[in-house]
Design a binder for this molecule. Sequence first.
Ligand code: ADP
Length: 618
Amino acid sequence: MRIITELARILIICLFASLSRECIAADGPRQRSILVLEEADFRSPFYSEIFAGIRAAAKQNGRSHTVIYGESLDLARFPGPHYEESLVGHLKTKYAQRPIDVIVSIGVTSAKFLQTRKQEIWPAAPVVYGFVPDLPETRALFLPDTTAVFARVKPTHLLTAARAIVPDLTRVVLVGDAWKNPLVYGHWKQDFAAAMPGLEVIDLSDAVLREVRKQVATLPARSAILTSAMYSDGEGTYYSPASALARVAESANRPIIITSDTFLGQSGVGGFLLLPDIIGREAGEVAMRILDGEAPSSITPTGGDNVKPIFDWRQLKHWNVDEANLPQGSEVRFREQSFWEQYRWQLMTLASVVLVQALLITILLRERRLRSLAEVEARQRMSELAHMNRRATAGEMSASIAHELSQPLAAILINAESAQLVLQNPTPDLGELRNILDHIRCDDQRAAQVIDRLRSFLKRHPTERRELDLNATVGEVFRFLSVQALTHDVGLATEPSSADIRVKGDKVQLQQAILNLVVNGMDAVAHLPDGRRRVVGRTGFADGNQALVSIADAGDGILAENVTEIFEPFFTTKTQGMGIGLSIARTIIEAHGGRIWAENAPSGGAVFHISLPLVSPR
Ligand code: ADP
């Protein structure tokens, strides 16, 4: 029965726990409490960061709810026994019904206050001292049942930072009233003398702010300003340390060494800086250990990891400081990013785009090169094919060539025989002999011309473009074929334009293209009766900038469906045909920037047209 009652009790507690955490405090075991006793104003950046650090440490240790109270003693700004007395009375009343499980005392002033007044207000609470330097004088303040996490910027730290910024340092200027507090900076004079004998020290820790500003404005080179927090100046005016420092910095002509990271970025160049957030966390963690049951006396006071060399990059640049000279492990803040750091992604994207583009261009250039190589090869093939085509044409024409040669040869023979007869005369007629010899020479020249023409037609030579007259070129082709036409009884006629037709091209190639058309025309009329076997070549102009050559015959014409096909390689309707004549003609004409096409004339027969760009448009 007792067990059932106990179970019911636990169930009810759990139900309450899920309903409200507040209920735990009221009905469950008493919540744990920490009192943070800060020596200065909570609202100053430094002390508020310490408080935030303590709160973070308590939150991290979430085993049970911990309430954190905070009090600012503010004894530096409100000195005197009356205030202290009333403060004690106030705190006694305030915490009469609020038991404190652990006090976190921040700063030397707090430690001093607790030394004399704790017994009256919180007699049983253990204490964790935070933000106190590890000096015999401060340890002497510690009460029994306490522990500590030390935090301190040593005077030599300031000197080390100053020497990093001003390597040839000979003089330091002390600014800030904390220099006067032996519980904070201890015996800086001895420390400086030991670290740097001969160092000149100008102590302005007692001077009024106005005087400090005046003095720091005209400091000689090789000096640095070492600041501690300034809460009040020699006249008893109170400042927030950050604003006091900012005013000093306004007029200072030498670099300022500072002691807290809450000052960095506002005035100082940097130095070994107190990290208030860490100071709070470290003290808070020790407080939580005590709340979790450890005896304060069993936790040895230790130095924290709460001071770090940190510098302002902009100030380093201003004072021309080489970062290599900074103390080991220094952190540099407010570094302006280089163009590369700032736009790294954009630059990398741009670089990739450029790279891809370059790659594409390379591929395209390669393609172009391959294509032009292929074109060169194709042209070479065409040239070889054209050469074969010419040889075949010449072979077909061998009979007519022989016939053409036989005429001057026969004439030479007759003339030679006539000369012999003249010479049989005892008084040969020299005038007639001269005449005969002239004829022989002329006939020989005619024969030589036939051979020359044939040779140049058959010669394999590279393409060479020259300005030429199309009338002359067409005329030569017709003359070349005249004997063959005679043999086949085909009438060849040309109707040249009245004006010269100047085009730029390879004469032999153009002649070949035209010759293929004329030969086809002769083939087309071969079966026709006498009088209709006729091929006509005309030249003229079209569109103002084109030369036009038309070869017309009176044959059967071209089947409509073959009008374009006939230009394809190996298309032939002839039993002995090769089907390359027109495809070669088209290749040649297109290589000259021209066009070739065929149509049927209304009067019957086929007409092949060639257009070529004129050298100078009309
Ligand atoms: P081939 O003469 O060896 O056949 P071509 O390429 O010169 O090769 O001509 C191809 C074809 O075009 C011819 O077989 C013929 O059918 C047609 N052709 C060419 N010229 C004429 C023309 N003047 N009249 C009618 N058809 C023609």
